[in-house]
Write a protein that binds this ligand. Structure first.
Ligand code: ZN
Length: 398
């Protein structure tokens, strides 16, 4: 079908589409220059892309003598993508256009007693529901991207191990693809978030960026030379399991003294509950321990509660030690921090930056930029949609 995923992905089309995406609005002559394709090849393919309504002629550019060139842009509304974030309790689903702008959203709760089949059913249901909600029509959806916590085999699209659910070997890609007959991509949720930030958030235009997510658990996505780095078995970025205390406490992963055992949302809450200085927190939580979460600690810190500020600062310093190790190991241009705990902003980021300023190896390393995520709560779903865009716009022979 003209305009389908495979049709767009043929080598020269993909190259030209990607050049338009990156340099839009751009003339045919400029495309030929940048891609090193011959002008007639560019003209032919662009004609095809315009016929398929995927590329549009827009305003007229400035000429360097002679006729003014017509500039080209991508028609973002040509087709749509489903992005899915499989969270701890809910599945969030969005439909985006080709510029990752969200057109529709929906959320489904996960059953309490999860099995592989129930999880797959809920994901499939969420995809169907959000396509319905968006009213774009299933035939306009060219790809589905899914972000899933834990260890993910992104080549096979299998969730190898999902610790929060105690499930393993979940064939997400095959199941969703078979059900919808739409190309599907699966990635670890924080790696997807990193990709989203790199394409549409605070990582744009930067070659090497590390995106850290501090929620109940702690993870990271590493972008090196504009590519998501997976490592040999897909565990590159398991920042929360960096060992920071040789004699430390046991971790959920089976090891001891991982960063996750001293920082992260779970530990923050535990510390708040155990202390005798938690009067304001308990009052605000109506003495319900379940209501005492990162958001409440942040709220109390904003209202001047010293203890809450101290809790957030301790978390910031612990993460700062991990970030310093990462800077010394990888030396990225920028570090982006996202996730629930990161919402506490400078209460966490201030002490985090202080540690890096004191302890990273060189004066340049100490100045590594550390900023908050731009995409916020939508980061993972946008990142999941970006999995599809990344594949669509990467030139490769199919
Ligand atoms: Zn661990």
């Amino acid at each position: 079908m003209t305009g389908s995923f495979q049709w767009m992905k043929t080598l020269n089309k993909s190259t030209i589409l990607n050049t338009i995406r990156l340099h839009s609005p751009i003339s045919r002559a400029e495309i030929a220059k940048k891609t090193k394709l011959t002008p007639p090849t560019v003209t032919n393919i662009v004609t095809e892309l315009i016929k398929a309504n995927l590329v549009r002629e827009s305003k007229v550019g400035t000429s360097q003598g002679g006729r003014k060139p017509i500039l080209l842009t991508i028609n973002d509304q040509h087709s749509f993508i489903v992005g899915i974030d499989v969270g701890g309790h809910i599945v969030r689903a969005v439909v985006t256009d080709l510029n990752a702008t969200i057109k529709a959203k929906c959320e489904l709760e996960l059953p309490k007693q999860l099995t592989n089949d129930l999880l797959l059913e809920t994901i499939t249901e969420a995809v169907g529901a959000v396509i319905e909600e968006s009213k774009v029509g299933k035939e306009k959806v060219i790809g589905i991207g899914i972000g899933m916590h834990g260890i993910v085999d992104h080549m096979k699209g299998v969730a190898v191990f999902a610790p929060n659910f105690h499930l393993s070997d979940i064939p997400i890609k095959d199941t969703v693809e078979q059900h919808f007959q739409i190309p599907t991509f699966v990635e670890n949720d924080v790696r997807a978030l990193a990709l989203g930030e790199a394409w549409f958030g605070n990582g744009q235009g930067i070659d090497s960026v590390i995106c850290i997510n501090i929620g109940v658990g702690i993870g990271a996505g590493i972008i090196l030379n504009n590519e998501l780095y997976h490592g040999q078995n897909g565990i590159a970025g398991e920042f929360g399991h960096m060992i920071v205390d040789i004699n430390g406490k046991p971790c959920s992963c089976g090891s001891y003294g991982c960063l996750q055992t001293i920082a992260g949302g779970g530990v923050l809450r535990e510390r708040a509950l155990q202390s005798e200085r938690n009067t304001m927190l308990l009052e605000k939580a109506d003495h319900n321990p379940d209501a005492l979460d990162g958001a409440l600690i942040y709220q109390c810190a904003q209202e001047g509660d010293d203890f809450s500020m101290q809790l957030l600062a301790e978390t910031g310093r612990a993460i700062g030690v991990g970030v310093t190790n990462v800077i010394n190991l990888i030396n990225p241009t920028r570090i982006i921090v996202g996730g629930g705990v990161a919402k506490a902003g400078d209460f966490v980021l201030g002490p985090l930056r202080e540690v890096v300023k004191q302890r990273a190896l060189t004066s340049e390393a100490r100045e590594t930029e550390i900023i908050q995520s731009k995409l916020g709560d939508d980061g993972t779903v946008i990142g999941a949609a970006t999995l599809v865009l990344k594949d669509l716009f990467s030139p490769q022979v199919s």
